[in-house]
Design a protein around this ligand. Structure first.
Ligand code: SAM
Length: 262
C-alpha cells in the first residue's frame, strides 16, 4: 500500500501530474535514450543473476535497459498509469523478467535484503525526503549491494539554482527540487553509503517538446519564456539558455553500503 502519511498533498500532485501524461514518457526520446543509460548498466558490473529495483520507474526505460542483463527487475512507481506504460514497453521489447509494483520510495513494500541493486533515474527531484528513500534502499539491499542514481542536479551558484528550480516548477507544479551534488553526498553518507559521481553529463531540452511532454499550462509556458528573457547573463550561461530552450546539469551517482552497516 502506498504510504501517504507525510507530504500527501505534494505526492497527490505528483501522481496526478504523471497520471495525465504517462504515455508521453514511454515515447519520450529524452527518457528512452540518453548517454547515462549505458553508463548505469556498465557501472553496475552485472553478473546476470541480480534482482534489481527500479525506483520511480516512470514508463520503464531504465528497467528495460537493465532487464536483458539480470535475473529480474521490479519496476516500482506510485503512479499506476506509469506502471501500465511499463507493461506495454516490456511487451514491445519482449522483456519477460520485468514485474511492476505500486509503491512509494519512502516506504517500500519489500522485505529486508532482497535486492542486489537499486537504480533510479529522473525521479529523485520529485522526492520530498531523499534521505528516507536512501534508508529504504539500504534496508532492501543485500551485502555488496549498491545504488545507481541518475538525475538532474542543482547548481552551486544561488541565483542560477533559483532560476533553475523556478523554471522547473513552472513547467511541472509537482517539481520538488534538483538536489545539489553536496546535498546528495550528505543524503548518501547519512544513510550509511559511501558515494561518488560516476558520470557528469548534460541534457539539452527543446522548449516545445519539454513543455508538451508535461502538458504545461500556457500561462506557465509564458512565465518560463519571461524568465528566459529576464535571466542575468550568468544564469543564461549556466543553463545554456538559447532560442530553442535550455540545458540541465545531471549526474550518475553511485552509493555503496558502508562495510560497517553490512
Ligand atoms: C520522469 S519519471 C521517471 C523516468 C524513468 N525513470 C526513466 O528512466 O525514463 C518520474 C517518476 O517518478 C515517480 N515518482 C515520484 N515520486 C515518487 C515516489 N515518492 N515514489 C515512487 N515513485 C515516485 C513519478 O510517479 C514518475 O513516474
Amino acid at each position: 500500500m502506498v504510504n501517504m502519511a507525510m507530504g500527501s498533498d505534494l505526492k497527490t500532485a505528483v501522481r496526478q501530474q504523471f497520471d495525465r501524461v504517462a504515455a508521453n514518457y514511454r515515447t519520450s526520446a529524452v527518457h528512452a535514450q540518453g548517454q547515462d543509460l549505458p553508463v548505469m548498466v556498465e557501472a553496475a558490473a552485472l553478473r546476470g543473476g541480480e534482482r534489481v529495483l527500479d525506483a520511480g520507474c516512470g514508463a520503464g526505460h531504465t528497467a528495460a535497459i537493465f532487464a536483458p542483463h539480470v535475473a529480474e527487475v521490479v519496476a516500482l512507481d506510485f503512479t499506476a498509469s506509469m506502471l501500465r506504460q511499463v507493461e506495454v514497453l516490456a511487451q514491445e521489447r519482449r522483456l519477460a523478467n520485468i514485474t511492476t509494483r505500486l509503491g512509494d520510495v519512502e516506504s517500500l513494500p519489500f522485505a529486508d535484503a532482497t535486492f542486489d541493486l537499486v537504480v533510479s533515474r529522473y525521479s529523485a527531484h520529485h522526492w520530498l525526503r531523499p534521505q528516507q528513500a536512501l534508508c529504504e534502499f539500504r534496508r532492501l539491499l543485500r551485502p555488496d549491494g549498491q545504488v545507481i542514481l541518475s538525475d538532474v542536479v542543482g547548481l552551486d551558484d544561488p541565483i542560477c539554482d533559483t532560476y533553475l528550480n523556478a523554471i522547473e516548477l513552472l513547467r511541472d507544479p509537482s517539481h520538488v527540487r534538483n538536489y545539489t551534488l553536496e546535498e546528495w553526498r550528505t543524503f548518501f553518507n547519512t544513510a550509511d553509503f559511501q558515494t561518488g559521481i560516476i558520470f557528469p553529463f548534460r541534457i539539452c531540452l527543446e522548449f516545445e517538446d519539454w513543455t508538451e511532454r508535461m502538458a504545461t499550462a500556457e500561462v506557465n509556458r509564458a512565465a518560463i519564456r519571461a524568465l528566459y528573457d529576464a535571466a542575468p547573463a550568468e544564469v543564461k550561461e549556466a543553463l545554456h539558455i538559447d532560442g530553442k530552450g535550455h540545458s540541465l546539469r545531471c549526474a550518475v551517482l553511485r552509493g555503496i553500503l558502508n562495510p560497517s552497516s553490512q
